[in-house]
Design a binder for this molecule. Sequence first.
Ligand code: SF4
Ligand code: SF4
Length: 154
Amino acid sequence: MVLRQIMLGLKYVFRKPYTRMYPYKEKAFTTPATRARHILDMDTCIGCRACQLACPADAIKMYRVEGEYPKNRLKIFPGIDYSRCTYCGLCVEACPTGALKMTDYTMEHLITEDKASTLYTPQDLAQPPPGEYRVTLSKETWRPPPSPPPKGKK
Ligand code: SF4
Ligand code: SF4
């Protein structure tokens, strides 16, 4: 029994480490379901604040932005504090116009001790992430989570 455990341990001693050197040497591992950096379409945002009200982490603050936004008479748009965001996607679910989306862009630049760099204004969110990314959550793709099985069934 003990010999078997020693042999098992030895097997892994000679294997390459599995740790990914993210973000310094490798890209993050993402899937089509990864939820990371948001994108905001300022032309379709109506400033309703539904995203802010839905956010359980108090990560969204509304900013007033000057400019021509016919659909947003108050000219208020969401910004996100990524030091608070839990990437739950509830803001995307709540957005009635589909103006807010999430991507799989994992923001290696947010590994920082400078809190100011985790604050994204509406204009920051309106800029597509640099490099490759996929839209992974939007009004069109959002699906409710599966219901738990009825009591007594597994
Ligand atoms: S993903 Fe969740 S925590 Fe992050 S801003 Fe949206 S609602 Fe808030
Ligand atoms: S992003 Fe969507 S939910 Fe948030 S203020 Fe704009 S329209 Fe409303």
